[in-house]
Design a binder for this molecule. Structure first.
Ligand SMILES: [Zn+2]
Ligand SMILES: [Zn+2]
Length: 750
């Protein structure tokens, strides 16, 4: 008989780890104990050496589904102590590395029980188990035990307690476990007497009839309406003062997603995984979604139901038809943080919705939905929040165990980060700090996360910008301050995310950030490492005129650039006549600002450069939200690429070396092999072609490898894309810029 003492680090709390260890011990006839210590799970295992070996092997090889073991430390103990059984010991707190599980989407087994009329949790809107349910958002402090969560106020009924205490069940040690008898309850905020099923049905009815409902979810409120009902979506846009910024959608199931969107291989796995992020998908041509969901945008953000309440919303068995796509946008007034309490919702959402469906399980920490895009066959994180935060990144460098730093984050799309030793814990998404309510939410979240992770930051890193609200909030903490240049910070986080120790050449193309020379930076190439950076290159500086307005009105940058390049007011006036950037009287003001340097600042912002190009091409003169003009420029470019992908004969004959097309496509432009795709009748002669790019979904299979290796073929998409007026200015560009056409190019092969 031998006795081993083992410490298991990682996501081993709130994922059924202790019951798993206990079951495993039973399997291998091991006696001893398992205890949740906070930073780790402690195991004492006693038995024949061979059984112990197998026990520890199985522990690492088949841990519970949602757990993640980072490290196991095991040593033999020389002690006369004898264990007769295997026991689970109540949590004993201890300081150290802490791993808090993110919230986990409802698992398949719970979903099956939810719709099984014979199950005792039939239609229970809060069904969960050891493998699924709320975690971070209900947690007060670690270790993860019921009394330290917002489920503490719901004493378990006898049956639930039995499951909770029996290692044989799926709910053994599941802290939020509850049922129809003992769990939280749904109700309508404005009619609190309407509760439970009746409240749910009222919400369904309202949505069915085209109304807007505020729904309390796992990490905050959503605003919801029927996604195929144009009038409802338009009304929500009006009430939320959000003219075009895309709305996220929740769809009933994969079948519904496939009806509305083109699914690429691998995307289903992301959509159905236990994190359930919003994934940006290409909308189908025959989609029935209201165009107002994401006007002019070829993509829509889609997620699947991730709580029992969402599942019931779509599929409550009352025999009524119900939309299978709902708008599920963050429940907040423009700029403010997502509402998490009834009081928040009443104050902020009363004027935006027709009904408010809430429940009495408190949300301790906000968590917006995570958002992912798709890039070359892989998911690409845009917003890391619910389902992922606060899983830490682990750095391999030598860091002092006591080091505790707060990175307070940027002004727009803020996320902060707590660093503790070599672990970095990014927070859920917080929001835009121009609104003081969001600053307050930031302060609240910092406090709670620091408590959860038992960290007291000794230093705070903030943006170099002296007038940011985040900088002010950082100063208020009264800790030593480390101001960091914005784009250097971007590159640093990229280094940390990839655990890269080497110096790098970082390319940070961004909106705007305060530069070390007090000008605006944003298109930067920096040589950087953890110690510092050197500015190697940047976008050629231009004047950003009109102060804050410049970030919303791309035409100002366009005019400033034209004036900067030509230095000739008359010429800019002439160009403005053609490009229609602004009324003539505005021009005079722009010239004055540029000449006298009034309300004008030097900038290298890539975002503003894109805005200006967008304005010059007639795509967007100004933006209603950050990045709008650039986004529509991207769509136009993608549409252009799809139309003119492989098999598209752009022109025949030789391409002058000065051609912008050659500059843009370089090596990837080449003569097609003999017998390759023939162009349309206008371009009978085979000329130079552009190989398929990522913009062409129909040619996916051909996209592996570098562009030079791609196969030539005719892209079917080229024939399918309608001549949409939104794309027209860009599509027509090559001719305007004097690219040779087949008809005019002398010496074109016939
Ligand atoms: Zn479950
Ligand atoms: Zn119960």
């Amino acid at each position: 008989m031998a006795l081993f003492h083992s410490k298991v680090y990682g996501i081993v709390q709130g994922v059924g780890f202790r019951p798993f260890v206990s079951r495993l011990a039973g399997e291998f006839n091991i006696s001893g104990s398992v205890c949740n210590k906070g930073p780790y799970v402690e195991i004492f295992a006693q038995g024949p050496t061979e059984s112990l070996k197998q026990f520890f092997k199985a522990l690492e090889e088949r841990p519970p589904e949602r757990s993640a073991i980072l490290k196991v430390e095991t040593e033999e103990v020389q002690s006369g102590k004898t264990f007769h059984t295997f026991e689970i010991i109540e949590s004993e707190k201890e300081a150290g590395e802490i791993f808090v599980s993110p919230d986990i989407a409802t698992c398949d087994k719970c979903r099956a029980e939810l719709f099984d009329p014979h199950d005792r949790r039939y239609l229970h809107p809060f069904i969960n188990c050891t493998a699924c349910g709320p975690r971070l958002t209900i947690l007060d402090s670690m270790p993860y035990d019921r009394e330290r969560t917002s489920m503490g106020e719901f004493p378990m009924c006898e049956k639930c307690a039995e499951e909770y205490h029996s290692p044989a069940t799926r709910r053994y040690d599941a802290q939020p476990v509850c049922c129809n008898d003992c769990g939280p309850e749904l109700y309508l905020i404005n009619e609190p007497q309407v509760r439970g099923t009746e409240a749910l049905q009222r919400a369904r009815q309202c949505l069915r009839q085209g109304g807007i409902v505020a729904i309390k979810g796992i990490g905050g409120f959503h605003l919801s309406c029927d996604a195929q009902n144009s009038a409802a979506v338009s009304r929500l846009r009006q009430l939320k003062h959000r003219p075009v910024k895309p709305f996220a959608l929740m769809m009933k199931d994969m079948a519904a997603v496939e009806r509305e969107c083109n699914i690429e291989p691998g995307q289903e796995t992301v959509l159905t995984g236990h994190q359930k992020p919003i994934l940006l998908l290409k909308r189908r041509m025959d989609s029935k979604l209201a165009p107002e969901i994401a006007p002019g945008n070829p993509k829509v953000g889609v997620m699947l139901p991730y709580t029992p309440l969402h599942m019931l919303l779509f599929a409550y068995p009352d025999g009524e038809d119900f939309p299978d796509s709902l708008v599920m946008t963050s429940g907040n007034p423009s700029g403010a943080p997502i509402c998490r309490s009834d009081e928040d919702a009443v104050e902020a959402l009363s004027g935006i919705c027709d009904l408010m469906l809430s429940h009495n399980r408190q949300i301790r920490l906000r968590a917006d939905d995570s958002v992912m895009d798709w890039l070359e066959g892989q998911p690409y994180m845009i917003r890391r929040s619910r389902g992922y935060a606060p899983l830490p990144f682990m750095l391999s460098g030598a860091f002092s165990k006591d080091a505790a730093v707060l990175g307070i984050g940027g002004e727009l799309k803020n996320t902060f980060c707590l660093g503790k030793g070599n672990l970095l814990y990014p927070s859920p998404y917080i929001g835009d700090m121009s609104d003081l309510r969001t600053v307050q939410a930031l302060q609240e979240s910092i406090k709670r996360m620091a408590e959860l992770l038992e960290t007291e930051p000794k230093m705070v890193a903030c943006d170099l910008h002296p007038r940011y609200n985040t900088t002010a909030a950082a100063k208020e903490l009264g800790l030593p301050l480390l101001p960091l240049q914005h784009h250097y910070a971007h590159i640093l986080s990229c280094l940390a995310e990839n655990d890269c120790q080497e110096p790098v050449i970082g390319v940070s193309f961004d909106g705007t950030g305060y530069g070390t020379d007090s000008t605006i930076w944003g298109g930067e190439i920096l040589k950087a490492d953890y110690q510092g950076f050197e500015r190697l290159g940047h976008i050629r500086p231009f004047l950003q005129t009109g102060g804050d307005k410049a970030s919303r009105e791309g035409w100002r940058i366009a005019v400033a650039m034209l004036y900067g390049l030509t230095k000739d007011q008359e010429q800019v006036r002439e160009l403005n006549q053609k490009l229609n950037l602004c009324p003539d009287k505005e021009l005079a003001a722009q010239f004055l600002m540029a000449d006298k340097h009034i309300n004008a600042i030097k900038s290298t912002s890539a975002g503003r450069l894109f805005d200006a190009v967008s304005a010059l091409l007639g795509i967007r003169q100004s933006s209603t939200f950050e990045g709008e003009a650039s986004m529509y420029l991207e769509f136009a470019a993608e549409a252009y690429e799809s139309r003119f992908c492989a098999g598209t004969v752009l022109f025949s004959g030789r391409l002058p070396s000065s051609s912008p097309l050659r500059a843009a496509y370089g090596k990837t432009l080449r003569r097609p092999p003999a017998g390759a795709a023939q162009g349309g009748s206008r371009h009978r002669a085979a000329g130079l072609q552009i190989p398929c790019g990522p913009g062409c979904p129909d040619c996916r299979s051909l996209q592996a490898g570098p562009p030079e290796n791609r196969t030539w073929h005719r892209c079917p998409l080229r024939r399918r894309l309608p001549e949409s007026p939104a794309h027209a200015p860009y599509i027509a560009l090559p001719q305007k810029r004097g690219l040779p056409s087949a008809e005019t190019q002398p010496g074109a092969p016939q």
